[in-house]
Design a protein around this ligand. Structure first.
Ligand code: OFO
Length: 203
């Protein structure tokens, strides 16, 4: 048993510090046990999604740059915002993987096209790409369910809802382009950003 001898202050302080140290060790062990670690298959699927979101960001950046050079500042502005959103999606996944005890890996992104045949064809590509991303998110949800990683599955619900919005936006834009026809791109370019305001107001 530990006894404090009168006048032996150093011994007392040392003992107190060692008690404090073991208390913090126990506390940190308890905390670690409470982290629900990410499943390794889900971690792999999310890392693949990091690549897809990063590529989405580059793709929309390339489209924005093309539209800007072609003298369509409204369409360019819409795509620049879209590119930023995709980067935010990528960051969201990176942080989630790391916070759940996994390791996010940032890959190389393939180079997107630099030219597009027309505005309509470009937005058809946007819709196709978003449908591809939606399918990819659904595949990850399926992995979560198969692996019983319900924490990740629940977290992914944000992306499931986001994809509904992304596909709807692309479809609305295509409907407007079809309605206006290729000859009215000036009006479309002037008004496209109002679609973002309308979508923001509706949320
Ligand atoms: Fe990240 O939603 Fe589009 O790609």
């Amino acid at each position: 048993m530990f006894r404090i001898r009168q006048g032996n202050c150093k011994e007392y302080v040392d003992h107190f510090l060692s008690l404090l140290f073991s208390y913090f060790c126990q506390l940190s062990a308890i905390n670690q046990n409470f982290i629900i670690m990410i499943n390794s298959k889900v971690e792999k699927a999310l890392n693949e999604q990091v690549e897809k979101e990063g590529y989405s960001s580059s793709l929309y950046l390339a489209m924005a740059s093309w539209a800007e050079v072609k003298g369509m500042p409204g369409i360019a502005a819409w795509l620049y915002v879209q590119s930023d959103e995709e980067r935010m999606h990528m960051l969201k996944i990176i942080k989630f993987v790391n916070e759940r005890g996994g390791k996010a890996v940032v890959p190389a992104f393939k180079q997107p096209a630099a030219d597009f045949p027309s505005v309509k064809a470009m937005f058809e590509d946007v819709l196709k790409h978003e449908q591809f991303i939606s399918a990819s998110i659904n595949d990850i949800v399926a992995v979560c369910i198969a692996e019983k990683d319900y924490t990740s599955q629940q977290w992914l619900q944000w992306f499931v809802n986001e994809q509904i919005e992304e596909e709807t936006n692309a479809m609305q834009i295509l409907d407007k382009i079809k309605l206006l026809g290729d000859g009215s791109l000036y009006l479309f370019d002037r008004d496209i950003m109002t679609l973002r305001q309308e979508a923001g107001a509706a949320e």
